[in-house]
Design a binder for this molecule. Structure first.
Ligand SMILES: Nc1ncnc2c1ncn2[C@@H]1O[C@H](COP(=O)(O)OP(=O)(O)OP(=O)(O)O)[C@@H](O)[C@H]1O
Length: 230
């Protein structure tokens, strides 16, 4: 389970998270949604142990999230952080050497599924294919927690739909918990079990997506607009 207890994060003068407390149950896909600058990436980086909270604690199955938590947490950054001179295959090899939990067979299956050319250099890949490669090397790690920061950003609708299919088929929810940040609410909605809504560093609500549809009769984006107000 992921637990944030009274977590605040300040960057110099900017308060990015304000006294956030939340729990994320295992075996679910959770969407972390909110407008630009609301604190989504900050939250994921805190869970990935890449940032330290200014106040409060972040616990992953009871263990404080620090740099060592990367043994249990795979993090897909919103930035491109690969060696551009590597080929696709060399990138996969690099990850396989770096992470002992990397499932090479699964990575090969995903390369085929994503139709990635193993010999192409990363610097020559289209943005969509770089996005696919990011998903491959993140999901090939057999870790209990998968964090994905904007995995669909800037991708065309065809690519988004193929990536969503990949997400469904390559995640094992018996063993894994997934958190995704995205602005592509319509596309991601069918994938999500629950959603956390954040605004100006404050959690506005946390709900099961089915409850939003059934009890409030709203799509995720209409729910977000209603909750956000002005
Ligand atoms: N390294 C940093 N230094 C200073 N301020 C930062 C830094 N990183 C983020 N911020 C600020 O903290 C706030 C939250 O940023 P964060 O990146 O977490 O938002 P976000 O919800 O992921 O936004 P987006 O949807 O645009 O990616 C923003 O006001 C942002 O400008």
């Amino acid at each position: 389970m992921i637990q944030l207890e009274s977590v605040s994060k300040r960057y110099l003068t900017k308060k990015a998270l304000k006294d956030v407390s939340l729990q994320i149950e295992p075996g679910q896909i959770t969407g972390l949604i909110g407008s630009n600058g609301s604190g989504k990436s900050t939250t994921l980086k805190l869970i990935a142990g890449l940032l330290r909270p200014t106040r409060g604690t972040v616990l992953i199955d009871g263990e404080t999230a620090n740099r060592r938590i990367c043994r249990r947490v795979a993090y897909l950054s919103e930035l491109d952080s690969y060696y551009s001179f590597f080929t696709v295959l060399e990138t996969v090899d690099f990850y396989a050497r770096t992470f002992s939990d990397f499932n090479r067979v699964k990575a090969e299956e995903m390369l085929d599924f994503m139709k990635l050319d193993r010999m192409q250099k990363v610097k020559h890949l289209s943005k969509g294919n770089r996005g696919r490669l990011k998903i491959v090397v993140t999901l090939a790690r057999e870790v209990p927690f998968l964090l994905m920061d904007e995995p669909l950003s800037g991708l065309d609708p065809m690519v988004r739909s193929s990536i969503i299919k990949g997400l469904i088929s390559f995640v094992d929810l018996e063993k894994q918990t997934v958190i995704i940040t995205t602005h592509e609410l319509q596309e991601i909605e069918p994938l999500l079990d629950s959603v956390i809504l954040i605004k100006n560093g404050v959690i506005l609500d946390q709900k099961r997506v089915e409850a939003i549809r059934r009890n409030e009769n709203l799509s995720l984006s209409d729910w977000m607009v209603e909750k956000y107000g002005d």
